[in-house]
Design a protein around this ligand. Structure first.
Ligand SMILES: NC(=O)c1ccc[n+]([C@@H]2O[C@H](COP(=O)([O-])OP(=O)(O)OC[C@H]3O[C@@H](n4cnc5c(N)ncnc54)[C@H](O)[C@@H]3O)[C@@H](O)[C@H]2O)c1
Ligand SMILES: O=c1ccn([C@@H]2O[C@H](COP(=O)(O)OP(=O)(O)O[C@H]3O[C@H](CO)[C@H](O)[C@H](O)[C@H]3O)[C@@H](O)[C@H]2O)c(=O)[nH]1
Length: 323
């Protein structure tokens, strides 16, 4: 198939391009380089376009597109609280522009990057697809709005879609020259590895008074290549199934901030100095996925189940980043 990967110059999108190419698909990347890297566009041509400028999108559909994967977003929780217009613009208006372009060009299959942030503060130990959706920040709200649009588009226009709600993406495909490189970097694992390498302004642990065993937040880290694999499975799924579908993607194992720092220390063999800082706005105490549906229905089975092997791949990238 020929897949248009919107946001394919970014972290998760570039790993999806690698997986698509390995599976024999053809890839075209659409990206405006807001947070992407030209060096990460390695598996197909780049269309320099912006989902906020609808007139730029048609060029990406010059060749017949069989399905779209949509990774473009602003995705910093804290920034979404201080600049919500930018988040609703890019994540909702931008997605509507993309959906309209798909409709103009007769493309009826979409895999959408959603997030654990659609759930807000969890009311159960693990979060399955039926868990209440009460986002506590504009980022999560913008993604939930798109999920709703996709359901309505299925009814009205027959759009087939799969929204994949990633928990915490981590790791890299360093041997293929791609990995995580955000500026500023806000994610825990790359920040811990920066501290291990003696780079950056110093690692902060945001909050040690959460209702968790060691007082720090617990997250479910899932390898970016396992996420990419779920995208391939979602493509197959849409060949068979009409409608709008949603799957949670995580390992079902929670690791606290301090456990992640300890794992990064073991993997890197370096000390990781950190200081305790106040809680970060918008952070729920615990986010752990039930991915039973993805496992049973998509046949998804993550290869990286524990956080240490995930961090090993991130460390390999960190030691020799290509960008
Ligand atoms: N990284 C995570 O842990 C995580 C977790 C849950 C969900 N997600 C979602 O997954 C997707 C990918 O995340 P990521 O970490 O790879 O982010 P990223 O910032 O690395 O990648 C996003 C890409 O989209 C592009 N883009 C953004 N706005 C655009 C626009 N208006 N027009 C064209 N291109 C645009 C950027 O340039 C970038 O290449 C996002 O939708 C994010 O919300 C990520
Ligand atoms: O330098 C840091 C960075 C993070 N943290 C803490 O580590 C945990 C994980 O933080 P990340 O920034 O790595 O990840 P988030 O859980 O905040 O965010 C991820 O999951 C969210 C879903 O809740 C969104 O999908 C978002 O896009 C995605 O990056 C949080 O408790 C955070 O406070 C620190 O203590 N220090």
């Amino acid at each position: 198939m020929h897949i248009l990967v919107c946001g394919g110059a970014g972290y998760v999108g570039s790993h999806a391009c690698l997986a698509l190419s390995r599976a024999g698909h053809e890839v075209t990347v659409l990206d405006n380089m807001l947070t992407g890297h030209r060096e990460a566009v390695r598996w197909g041509p780049l269309v320099d376009a912006d989902i906020l400028r609808p007139e730029t999108l048609d060029a990406a559909f010059n060749r017949k597109v069989d399905a779209v994967m949509h990774f473009c977003a602003r995705s910093l929780v804290g920034e979404s609280v201080t600049d919500p217009y930018a988040y609703y613009q890019n994540n909702v208006t931008g997605t509507l522009n993309l959906l309209e372009a798909m409709k103009r060009h007769g493309v009826d299959k979409l895999v959408f990057s959603s997030t654990a942030a659609v759930f807000g503060n969890p009311v159960s130990a693990v979060i399955d697809e039926e868990h209440p959706k009460t986002p506590i920040n504009p980022y999560g709200a913008s993604k939930l709005m798109v999920e709703r649009v996709l359901a309505d588009a299925a009814t009205a226009y027959g759009l087939r879609s799969v929204a994949l709600r990633y928990f915490n993406a981590a790791g890299a495909a360093a041997d293929e020259g791609i990995g995580e490189s955000h500026e500023p970097e806000t994610h825990l694992i790359p920040n811990a590895l920066k501290a291990a390498a003696g780079e950056g302004a110093g690692l902060k642990v945001f909050g040690t008074d959460y209702p968790t065993p060691d007082g720090t937040c617990v997250r479910d880290y899932v390898h970016v290549l396992d996420l990419a694999d779920a995208h391939l499975r979602a493509l197959d799924w849409m060949q068979r199934e009409a409608g709008a579908h949603r799957f949670n993607l995580g390992n079902g194992n929670g690791f606290s901030v301090l456990e992640v720092i300890e794992a990064a220390r073991k993997v890197s063999g370096r000390d990781i100095p950190y200081e305790i800082a106040p809680r970060r706005a918008g952070d729920p105490p615990v986010l752990v996925a039930s991915s039973r549906q993805a496992r049973e229905r998509l046949g998804w089975s993550p290869k990286f189940e524990r956080v240490e092997p995930i961090i090993e791949t991130a460390w390999a990238w960190h030691k020799a980043p290509a960008y």
